[in-house]
Ligand binder design. Structure first.
Ligand SMILES: Nc1nc2[nH]c(S[C@@H](C(=O)O)c3ccccc3)nc2c(=O)[nH]1
Length: 264
């Protein structure tokens, strides 16, 4: 799942705003590099990121969806606002990726009236508060319970199980230890028949292991993705473009894979 963040503080590619043309160019590059899905987001969900007004989020994402809807890969909309979900689906999006797990008022009703795919992610707290003091009795059991219950609630609301995928939400109300404990126990988080998507690309849980800024976490992102895939993830959110396979890169990849496999 390639990431297309149309936000000024886009997580890793620095402060420069992806202009419309730059976003399309990047999307086409991702398609050429073989992504299966493109996730389009108009509001940064980084801890403490400012909320984006509805109209501004719509102005960011709808032109991109319109321009990409015939590009040949499904598009997902990364939003928690039902109005953005509705408009994005009408414009051609195929999947809703909601970090709130469709818990915002109106989101469930919208999904009931649609046939789109869904990714339901676990988050403890809100993007503004989630990283203050994350705590769990048993992070694996609690995240697994949230995902199982959410699946049952969606099914009870008439949403076909086959539309649902789930995601543990690395970095969303978790400490470094929580993140690595979840990564070590991915197989326990979701029912066997529900696809598990994970997103750890360039995140701080990787930075903590290799002590590199987000722009230098490509090797770590690949190592994390390999570990997650080996442990049962069906989808990987995040990609890295053409990589310079240098000795340093390979060494870094091996080092991180070793650390991650050892549970960091
Ligand atoms: N389903 C799903 N959607 C997502 N959206 C994002 S935002 C992420 C970023 O990559 O910008 C990010 C970067 C830094 C901090 C928080 C969030 N992360 C996920 C995820 O892990 N799963």
């Amino acid at each position: 799942m390639g990431i297309l963040n149309i936000t000024p503080d886009s997580f890793y590619d620095g402060a420069h705003f992806l202009t419309h043309d730059a976003a399309l160019k990047r999307a086409m590059q991702m398609v050429d590099e073989g992504v299966d899905l493109i996730d389009i987001g108009g509001e940064s969900t980084r801890p403490g990121a400012p909320a984006v007004p509805l109209n501004e989020e719509l102005e960011r994402v709808l032109p991109i969806i319109k321009a990409l809807r015939d590009v040949g890969v499904p598009l997902s909309i990364d939003t928690h606002k039902p109005e953005v979900m509705r408009a994005a689906l009408a414009e051609g999006a195929d999947l809703i990726n909601d970090i709130w797990g469709l818990r915002q008022p109106g989101a469930l009703e919208l999904v009931q009236q649609s046939a789109c795919g869904l990714c339901v992610m676990h988050m403890s707290g809100t993007p503004q508060t989630m990283q203050r003091a994350p705590s769990y009795q048993d992070v694996v059991a609690e995240v697994a319970a949230f995902l199982h219950v959410r699946i049952a609630e969606l099914e009870a609301a008439g949403i076909a199980r086959s539309r649902i995928s789930v995601d543990p939400g690395f970095g969303f109300g978790k400490t470094l230890e929580h993140n690595y404990t979840l990564l070590a126990h991915l197989a326990q988080l979701a029912p066997a028949d529900v696809p598990l998507l994970i997103g750890l690309s360039r995140k701080s849980m990787l930075g903590a292991v290799i002590d590199r800024p987000a722009s230098e976490r490509a090797a770590a992102s690949i190592a994390g993705a390999i570990c997650a895939a080996e442990r049962g993830a069906h989808g990987i959110r995040g990609k890295v473009g053409e990589l310079p396979i240098t000795p340093d890169f390979v060494l870094r990849l091996g080092y991180v894979a070793g650390k991650v496999l050892a549970g960091a």
